[in-house]
Ligand binder design. Structure first.
Ligand code: 3H9
Length: 681
């Protein structure tokens, strides 16, 4: 064996040279890996005894891409294009042996090998678009030469990987093998024995190019790609592959790649990639400490939230006992879960057998005593402190010792809820976002007495059910809703001062949110938390509700909705707003789009700063993860704290002052020192 460097070695197996990369965790193409690969290729080519070369990785995966942490730093080591040229132009056949995830630069390296074999569980993709990038190592030019223009277009613009079976059907791999190393060696021997040619993907034509296909694709995906720069650049690269000679296509790829790489969107998306992984880490907790078991779950309340929460665990194969107080409510809740699954099955995303398996894991009951064996119980009843305290008091007498007791409250004081039990150390908040089976965010609310192991178990559990978990301290509305409140307050003030709901919504939609605050209110229902008996007609919301406006559910809110949910501004709502302003003696004025944006978003940033000051969030990037995954903040703007950094904190602080809002101490200090929240812009 020859160690080429710390992460690469070259061994021989008869007439074969086997290059092994071993660079945990994911064999990313760091400078060391590139150097190692270049050195190993040179050594293997120079060795007359070596007739063919196998490229394989140790650990959990084949190369999972470029090393994202190197981006934006001064270049080091061998250039990836040079390493690839060594492989592609090798006079000896190179067989890439793939397991795990051959992603991005990893797949691009595999694409310069002359042959590719993989195990059945392997996955192949070009996910660069998710980082605001495009495959910059020839992926956009080589992939369509293998899988055809259409499939390549889909793969580079969605970033979604394909499995080994599909890869074999598309000709992306030449064989599926059981034992990777043995299978690859066998394949390489066959190449030699049968004197198979040195296939170079670059020499192939792009198949499946159709007149107008790129513009048709742009039109079809316009809504999904709205605001993002990378999908369009990816499309242009595939278009170049389809219309230009290989080297010219490569030049287009290079130019567009550099444009994206140096831009703010990709910087934001790369930041979010690491922020998301960081969010799951709890400062001060040993990541290797043992966790509590979560093998069975209880859910109290079979309403929209309870049902959605239950589905997360059923999907992960964890049995759920769901408790209601009335049979009718229980039946309705269970029927809703089944209907959701049936709908998924009807769309072909699940089989009928999958539906049965999941429903088979669900035990509906009216008896709270049935929760005695549950490892984790999540209460999801409506927001009422007395009710929650009563439930937790009773649960305390039922749940086994060591069980985790969680509340899905979105605002209430988790410590007060915990105090209703004799084991506040085993109580925390698990704040799911609606629809709970779809939304990725989970706020894990750490009470004053929550035990570290309980918290760590909650974080790990979140990961097993596919959520992005963020730790929040106990404060009103936690991280997300606490900041949302600031935006809502400003939005309401703006429509009194002179804007109209559609203007405010348009500004936030154009910023990149899926909808603005008034559309959101209509969707949620204007009457949430409102009652006719107690309404004093004091707020615009009171008056809208008193006038019978309820939002989307009755087709009348800030907007009127037709049967297809198309919306037009509501003249009734507008009159209520104008009357209200007149009554308050407000002299309505023209409000600029810039003011709307600043007033809706800067106070949120300010609240984020307070949340950090009070240590309610562990780090600024956690706040960004909350807003991206729970509230539709556009990922290409990196979340409110990253965005504020990109605007400049001095500018944010100055504008807040101009609007009569005192900047938080942390914001003021960072602004004065010329610093930032995230250090990432
Ligand atoms: C690219 O290739 C550009 C090219 O076109 C070339 C242009 C010239 N770099 O996700 P996990 C770390 S762009 C650096 O928890 P999993 C990650 O931060 C790249 N670090 O594991 C984490 O660190 P920590 C295209 C990376 O098993 C640890 O590895 N490729 C990279 O759930 C474990 O990660 C991609 O976009 C990286 N590329 O999932 C693939 N990848 O433990 C990105 C991971 O300190 N990666 N890390 O928190 C993934 O999608 C997932 O990590 C993967 C494993 C599926 C591979």
């Amino acid at each position: 064996m020859t160690a080429i460097n710390a992460v690469t070695d070259l061994t021989t197996d008869g007439e074969l040279g086997v290059i092994t990369i071993d660079s945990p965790p994911v064999n990313a193409l760091s400078a060391d890996v590139r150097d190692g690969l270049a050195g190993a290729m040179a050594a293997a080519v120079a060795d007359d005894a070596v007739k063919a070369i196998v490229l394989i990785c140790a650990g959990r995966t084949f190369i999972a891409g470029a090393d994202i942490s190197e981006f934006g730093k001064p270049p080091r080591g061998a250039a990836l294009h040079d390493v690839q040229a060594r492989i592609e132009n090798s006079p000896k056949p190179v067989v890439a042996a793939i397991h795990g995830t051959a992603l991005g630069g990893g797949l691009e390296v595999a694409l310069v090998a002359h042959y590719r074999v993989a195990v059945l569980s392997a996955k192949f993709g070009l996910p660069e678009v998710k980082l605001g990038l495009l495959p910059g190592a020839g992926g956009t030019q080589r992939l369509p030469r293998v899988v055809g223009a259409r499939k390549a277009l889909e793969m580079v613009t969605t970033g979604t990987p394909i499995g080994a079976k599909a890869a074999a059907e598309f000709g992306l791999i030449d064989a599926i093998v059981d034992d990777l190393r043995a299978g690859a060696i066998h394949f390489a021997r066959r190449v030699l024995a049968e004197n198979l040619p040195l296939h170079r993907v670059r020499d192939k034509p792009v198949l499946g190019v159709e007149e107008g296909m790129f513009d048709a694709y742009r039109r079809a995906q316009a809504k999904t790609f709205r605001g993002f720069e990378a999908p369009e650049a990816n499309i242009q690269c595939i278009e170049a592959a389809a219309t230009l000679p290989f080297d010219e296509g490569m030049a287009v790829e290079r130019r567009l790649f550099m444009g994206l790489m140096t831009g703010l969107q990709s910087k934001a998306q790369r930041y979010v990639f690491f922020a998301e992984r960081q969010a799951n880490k709890v400062d001060g907790l040993d990541p290797d400490a043992p966790l509590l078991p979560v093998k069975s779950v209880g859910v109290i309340g079979a309403g929209t939230m309870g049902g959605g929460i239950a589905m997360n665990f059923l999907n992960a194969g964890v049995p759920v006992t769901i408790v209601e107080t009335r049979q009718e409510a229980l039946d309705r809740g269970v029927a809703t879960i089944r209907r959701n699954y049936d709908n998924t099955a009807a769309k072909g995303r699940m089989t009928a057998a999958d539906v049965d398996t999941r429903m088979g894991l669900l035990t509906p009951t009216l008896d709270m005593g049935a929760l005695k064996d549950a490892d984790l119980v999540i209460e999801a009843v409506f927001e009422n402190m007395d009710l929650k305290k009563d439930i937790f008091g009773r649960l305390d007498g039922i749940a086994k010792p060591g069980a985790i007791l969680a509340s899905n409250t979105s605002y209430l004081n988790v410590d007060e809820i915990a105090a209703a039990t004799s084991r506040p150390d085993h109580v925390l908040g698990l704040h799911f976002f609606s629809p709970a089976n779809v939304m990725r965010l989970l706020e894990v609310v750490r009470g004053a007495k929550t035990d570290g192991q309980v918290l760590a178990t909650a974080m790990a559990t979140a990961k097993t059910i596919g959520k992005v978990a963020v730790v929040s301290g106990v404060c009103h509305g936690f991280i997300g809703n606490r900041m949302l409140e600031q935006r809502q307050r400003q939005a309401m003030a703006l429509i009194v001062e002179g804007a109209l709901p559609e203007q405010v919504d348009r500004v936030l939609f154009d910023f990149g949110f899926p909808m603005g605050p008034f559309q959101m209110s209509d969707l949620a229902g204007l009457d949430i938390g409102w009652s006719a008996e107690t309404s004093k007609g004091e707020t615009i919301r009171d008056r809208l509700c008193e006038a019978g406006l309820r939002g989307q559910k009755n087709g009348r809110g800030f907007y009127d909705y037709d049967a297809q949910r198309n919306r037009t501004p509501s003249p009734v709502a507008e009159k209520i707003i104008l009357d209200y302003a007149a009554e308050k003696g407000v002299n309505r004025r023209e409000v600029s789009d810039a003011e709307i944006l600043e007033r809706c978003l800067y106070p949120m940033v300010n609240e984020g700063a307070k949340i950090l000051e009070e240590k309610m969030a562990q780090r600024a990037s956690d706040i960004d993860i909350v807003w991206i995954n729970g509230y539709g903040w556009p990922v290409y703007r990196g979340g409110p704290m990253f965005w504020a950094d990109s605007v400049g904190l001095a500018k944010v602080a100055e504008a807040l002052g101009r609007y009569g809002i005192a900047p938080a101490a942390l914001l003021a200090r960072l602004a004065a020192e010329g610093k930032s929240f995230t250090g990432a812009v």
